[in-house]
Write a protein that binds this ligand. Structure first.
Ligand SMILES: [Zn+2]
Length: 328
């Protein structure tokens, strides 16, 4: 990991410094030229990094969904960081504290593209965003992480891949001005997006320290005033997950070998943990020199310490707690 620091820092700097004129491969694949933009514009000026964990972007997304009469809303975004920035990953919410119930997939939920009791996943290939740094095909690696979850000792949750239907699948990013159809699979991996998109959606600076993010949407209804009431059709005390959308930050140097960059499989295992309803684990501490520490180690720690392609104790316990008795 240490050897890669100068490269990572340089990559992030180059990207954020020349949004409009750099011919970097990242921008040629997914920039303003490619037609990608957030579905809403948010004002981050009143959001502080400390204390305010309601995202103005997510609030604005929900205002748009309310106006469109949608039966779902974005609930939260969970992001993971590189420890080198000195900041642990966070969960940012679309609602204030009264509406932060945890959500769970409902088996056989016909409001989403349910496939019986299966939970389905898909990697979009539409814009080539599945290629990290323009060269590493992440799709089989992302698939492998679902295999890892599917091979846990308690496994009762069938995870099934759907083919890419070739439609733009994002609820958050518009393509050429049009929002996508996100209900093409339960868990949609959009791929590796330019750092500039992370700044626009998660706030200034996100391009430099956020490796990946998972957005959670829940079902419910908006009233005429734009207030959202989540549903709980299976009466389990949890709101009903509508879909998950996963992004990775292409401003970092990525690797599929575990050396020379950030390991894709490690971060994908983490993000898909969020897709499978796990939150962050571990007590984070910052030492005098600004270095982050966390205990116990877990795939679901809020920052990525190094290569970790297998679930650890707390990960296994949480996953099994969620799904050992699925679909009951
Ligand atoms: Zn996370």
């Amino acid at each position: 990991m240490k050897k890669t620091l100068p490269a990572l820092f340089a990559a992030a700097l180059v990207f954020s410094a020349c949004d409009s004129q750099s011919p970097s491969e990242v921008q040629t694949r997914a920039s303003d030229d490619s037609g990608l933009s957030p579905v809403v514009v948010a004002d981050f000026s009143s959001a502080s990094k400390n204390g305010d964990d309601v995202s103005p972007f997510l609030v604005a997304v929900n205002e748009q969904l309310a106006a469109a009469g949608a039966n779902f809303a974005v609930a939260k975004a969970e992001y993971v960081t590189s420890p080198d920035g000195g900041e642990a990953g966070q969960t940012v919410f679309a609602f204030n504290r009264t509406l932060r119930l945890s959500s769970k997939w409902v088996p056989n939920d016909d409001r989403r593209l349910a496939d019986g009791d299966n939970i389905t996943y898909m990697s979009s290939q539409l814009l080539g965003l599945n290629f990290a740094n323009g060269s590493i095909d992440s799709e089989p690696i992302v698939d492998a992480t679902f295999g890892t979850y599917g091979s846990t000792a308690c496994n009762a949750l069938p995870l099934v891949k759907r083919p890419d239907p070739g439609v733009w699948p994002s609820a958050i990013l518009a393509l050429n001005g049009s929002p996508g159809d996100p209900f093409v699979a339960d868990i949609v991996t959009l791929g590796f997006l330019p750092g500039s998109i992370f700044d626009l959606v998660l706030g200034p600076g996100a391009s430099n320290n956020v490796l990946g993010v998972t957005f959670t949407y829940i079902f419910g209804s908006f009233d005429g005033g734009g207030n959202f009431t989540p549903s709980d059709v299976d009466n389990n005390g949890r709101t009903d997950t509508a879909l998950k959308e996963v992004w990775y930050n292409d401003a970092f140097a990525w690797t599929d070998t575990g050396v020379g960059g950030i390991d894709i499989e490690t971060v994908a295992l983490h993000e898909n943990g969020h897709a499978l309803e796990m939150g962050h684990f571990g007590k984070v501490a910052v030492t005098g020199n600004g270095k982050l520490h966390v205990s116990p180690r877990a795939v679901m720690n809020a920052f990525i310490l190094g290569v970790q392609r297998d679930l650890l104790g707390t990960d296994n316990a949480s996953y099994c707690g969620n799904f050992a008795s699925w679909p009951n």
